[in-house]
Design a protein around this ligand. Structure first.
Ligand SMILES: *Cc1c(COP(=O)(O)O)cnc(C)c1O
Length: 322
């Protein structure tokens, strides 16, 4: 319901250790669904690919590496700061198992416009017949958008979004390690990926990369949902966002810096050093100085094609007050 499944009773999902495992399960469901469709049509299944922004989190590189899927990166640029559907037709083909959209890009905290990506895929389907699903990697944003941007259409309101994952231990407000992945409809999770285990008594379906896991985080997530409720989560996330926007505005007023984004998506934002401001220090020096005082405010290069740009990022979470 939080992610607007048309019929929550018909959706299906599982807990994971974090978003990494959740994303890999989402990717595996894509791959299996694609393999089954290709086999049924008597077509080759040797070279699946997945399309995503060059700014994806490392778990997607892992997925591709561990599960033999070709990664196709759409480079971000100053004009296209996120994957936005631009040029997508040049990346997808009959071997594309799916497209990843990120809600809360790790580098900057920006949302990718999932509805625009879905619209671009609609066009592609009209032209080519290819029906390519979307997985939303909502590691942070899937626990922010329902509360702070309820009118933003990024979730299961879009039919093309087959699955959504999130980290319970980011804005889900639980300690590490907890993630969730949910499929819009049970049919998008191929049944032959689910194992039915009987030796603990009863019949226990399981879809996970590991088997035993601690249950404390799952209980804490339930507790937090019940304890805070929708309104409680909204208030906590709003507080984080207020702090993030306040910090972003303050940093924007300092002569040295230029914001990349302003914390109005998830409570995360990044900035860069203004060109020509100084040759005496860099954001890496600033990171170092802040660290001496106990603040972890990392500086790092942007991904491929923008790697000449260094940004510095603040992640505001519950507990960082005004
Ligand atoms: C943090 C993050 C991940 C990985 O999540 P873990 O819970 O650390 O495994 C994946 N995708 C995005 C966009 C992230 O921000």
């Amino acid at each position: 319901n939080l992610w607007n499944a048309p019929d929550a009773e018909k959706s299906i999902g599982t807990s994971t250790i974090g978003s990494s495992e959740a994303c890999m399960l989402g990717g595996l469901a894509f791959k299996r669904r694609w393999q089954q469709a290709r086999r049924a049509a008597g077509k080759d299944t040797s070279s699946p690919n997945i399309v995503m922004s060059s700014a994806v989190q490392v778990c997607w590189e892992k997925f591709c590496n561990y599960f033999d899927v070709e990664p196709r990166y759409v480079p971000i640029s100053e004009e296209h700061k996120t994957l936005d559907g631009h040029d997508l037709a040049n990346y997808v083909d009959e071997n594309t198992i799916g497209v990843v959209a990120i809600m809360g890009v790790t580098y900057t905290g920006m949302y990718e416009p999932v509805a625009e990506i879905a619209a671009a895929l609609d066009e592609i389907q009209k032209d080519t017949g290819l029906d390519i699903p979307i997985h939303v990697d909502g590691a942070s944003g899937a626990m922010i958008a329902p509360f702070l941007q309820p009118d933003l259409v990024w979730d299961f309101r879009l039919e093309r979004v087959h699955s959504i994952s999130t980290s319970g231990h980011k804005y889900g407000l639980v300690y590490p390690g907890l993630g969730w992945v949910v499929w819009r409809e049970a049919r998008w999770l191929p049944e032959d990926l689910v194992f039915k285990v009987s030796y603990l008594g009863g019949e226990m379906p399981t879809f996970a990369l590991n088997f035993s896991r601690p249950g404390a985080q799952v209980l804490l997530q339930y507790y937090m949902f019940l304890r805070l409720g929708f309104e409680g989560y909204r208030a906590v996330q709003q507080e984080s966002q207020d702090v993030a926007e306040y910090l972003a505005q303050g940093i924007a007023r300092l002569d040295a810096f230029e914001l990349w984004n302003d914390g109005s998506d998830i409570p995360v934002f990044a900035w860069r050093l203004k060109e020509g401001h100084t040759k005496n220090w860099t954001l890496y020096d600033l990171q170092d100085r802040l660290r001496m005082k106990g603040w972890l405010v990392p500086a790092y290069p942007m991904p491929a094609d923008l790697e000449q740009i260094t940004v510095q990022r603040i992640v505001v979470r519950n507990g960082l007050s005004m």
